[in-house]
Ligand binder design. Structure first.
Ligand SMILES: Nc1ncnc2c1ncn2[C@@H]1O[C@H](COP(=O)(O)OP(=O)(O)OP(=O)(O)O)[C@@H](O)[C@H]1O
Ligand SMILES: [Mg+2]
Length: 242
């Protein structure tokens, strides 16, 4: 079901003239953005410009003060690791199904094939501290997928990872989305990551945030960060950021 207050649309996400303030701090002002069904849109912008606020509005966790958000049901993979340390890996992933009303065994049964599929086989019963950072991110991503919602809002999904793991995870996400396309809003501060993963890169202004530029990334996948055309697109996005 769409979040309370959000209008339902048949495909994708449509944000129109969104305004959101916290007391004297205006986070978002006159922000409009649309994401087509199965389009991957990256949002880049300076720290504090309202990126997380934007994703929370799309997922119905916050209401805008003005403007409209029309979206298919959307799920958030939050910026901070939200896995529960007292649950093992599979129960963390299966939590999305428990929340949706499945009993424990049904929820685990739905999570198990994804563990195999995403290279986590054998780690179902592991505690979180026994997993690498990249594996934990994959568990968190599986939980997001298992919600079954068509729109994925990913807030700095690889922010806490070292450069090598990060690029491995980018390749992994790219492959996962190629196999099972979803509508994705990806927040990242890494313009290169945005260009490697997204169909379109939206650049936000400093707070109060709004979209000030868009760069279409029309390159075939899989993409390499060092590809000359990708480097040129990255440069365009960086210039818009400055
Ligand atoms: N619940 C809140 N109460 C008060 N102020 C808030 C709240 N949530 C966000 N803000 C403020 O709104 C602005 C935007 O915050 P937000 O977290 O959306 O930025 P961001 O772009 O995600 O930043 P970062 O890149 O550091 O993650 C910031 O100035 C922040 O302090
Ligand atoms: Mg944020």
């Amino acid at each position: 079901m769409p979040a309370e207050g959000a209008m339902h649309v048949d495909g994708g996400v449509q944000l129109t003239r969104i305004h959101r303030a916290f007391g004297p701090v205006t986070a978002l002002a006159d922000l409009s953005l649309s994401v087509a069904p199965r389009e991957v849109v990256a949002v880049v912008g300076p720290s504090g410009c309202g990126k997380s606020t934007l994703l929370e509005i799309v997922c119905g966790l916050q209401q805008p003060d003005a403007g409209t958000c029309a979206t298919e049901p959307a799920v958030l993979m939050p910026q901070r690791d939200s896995l529960l340390p007292w649950l093992n890996a599979i129960d963390n992933a299966a939590l999305a199904r428990r929340v949706a009303g499945d009993n424990r065994e049904t929820a685990r049964a739905k999570a198990r094939p994804l563990f195999e599929h995403f290279g986590l086989e054998g780690f179902e019963g592991s505690r979180l501290h026994e997993l690498s950072g990249g594996m934990r991110q994959r568990v968190a991503f599986l939980r997001t997928l298992l919600s079954g919602k068509p729109v994925l809002c990913l807030d700095e999904p690889f922010g806490a990872l070292d450069a090598i793991t990060r690029s491995e995870m980018q390749a992994w996400l790219s492959g996962a989305l190629a196999e099972e396309p979803r509508t994705v809003l990806l927040v990242t501060h890494d313009v290169e990551e945005a260009c490697v993963l997204a169909d379109r890169v939206c650049v936000m202004s400093p707070r109060p945030g709004r979209i000030v530029a868009e760069v279409e990334v029309w390159l075939d996948r899989p993409r390499t960060a060092t590809d000359a055309e990708l480097v040129a697109l990255r440069q365009r996005a960086l210039e818009a950021l400055r």
